[in-house]
Ligand binder design. Sequence first.
Ligand SMILES: NC(=O)c1ccc[n+]([C@@H]2O[C@H](COP(=O)([O-])OP(=O)(O)OC[C@H]3O[C@@H](n4cnc5c(N)ncnc54)[C@H](O)[C@@H]3O)[C@@H](O)[C@H]2O)c1
Length: 292
Amino acid sequence: MANRLAGKVAVITGAASGIGRATLELFVEEGARVIAADVQRDVGSELEQRYPGVVRFAHCDVTQLPQLKAAIDSAAEHFGGLDILFSNAGRGGSPVGVEDFDAAAWDQTQALLLRSVAAGASYAVPHLKRRGGGSIINTSSVSALQAGYASIDYSVAKAGVLHYTRVAAADLAPQKIRINAIVPGFIATSIFGNSLGLGAAETKAMADRIAEKSGIANPIGKPGLPQDIAEAALFLASDAAAFITGTHLTVDGGLTIGPRSSWDKSNPGALGSALGLSPEQMQALRERRPVG
Ligand SMILES: NC(=O)c1ccc[n+]([C@@H]2O[C@H](COP(=O)([O-])OP(=O)(O)OC[C@H]3O[C@@H](n4cnc5c(N)ncnc54)[C@H](O)[C@@H]3O)[C@@H](O)[C@H]2O)c1
């Protein structure tokens, strides 16, 4: 299929890498013109050269609100309006426990992952109203739903994104502006290497390894790729989602279905562990066979 975003203009934050970049590529393929907002200038000019007249780079640190506003306003300047905002820029949080709370690190994470989402929507709305409506999509995370996937500050910010999305939807519905979130699972991008402070080559190698091998972590048995999230963003951006607002789409290969033992029969689960049973013995118990 093509042209599902024909004539539309989108701003994508964090468009230089991973989920944002895959979404940019898909949106362009589907006929949109895109403002790529990111801190990575070199990738930004690469994207402009690759898609002349279709992609414009806006150098923008989303924690610096005047820069974020300028990036969003630039959609109207360059492409005559705005229909879609994908608030997606992000990186890992600060990996400290409850007792080691660091106020500056906390504020930085909230500014990057949550405040930028609220501010971005506020800057986009006047443009979307002029078009008679539009779609805002925010990137959350499975860490918003359960513990164990990311640091506390990151997880709380991503949970805030989900609730912001719900509450903002009520405010924006009368203007025909839809706002939804995507909850990605474990997706092969640079975020892991960057969060660990690795260099560019190691970060890429890590993302490649995740893309190749991480199917084992997901019930669906396939690695999560940036394109998987881009497809969800395309759906939420397009008219196919015209009746969807204030909700989230979990795109995680089943990661949050339940504990590993619910889908991986080689895992004894909590009961098996508590009883000291092997996976085989546990399976026998489940099947009401004698436990050897
Ligand atoms: N990869 C995953 O497993 C995963 C899971 C859940 C949620 N997410 C979320 O997905 C989003 C995209 O991350 P990704 O996995 O594609 O990582 P990524 O590192 O590949 O891409 C993140 C992009 O955001 C940009 N960015 C970072 N800080 C910025 C800032 N202050 N201003 C503007 N741009 C900035 C980076 O330059 C980069 O281009 C993030 O919000 C992340 O929290 C990722």
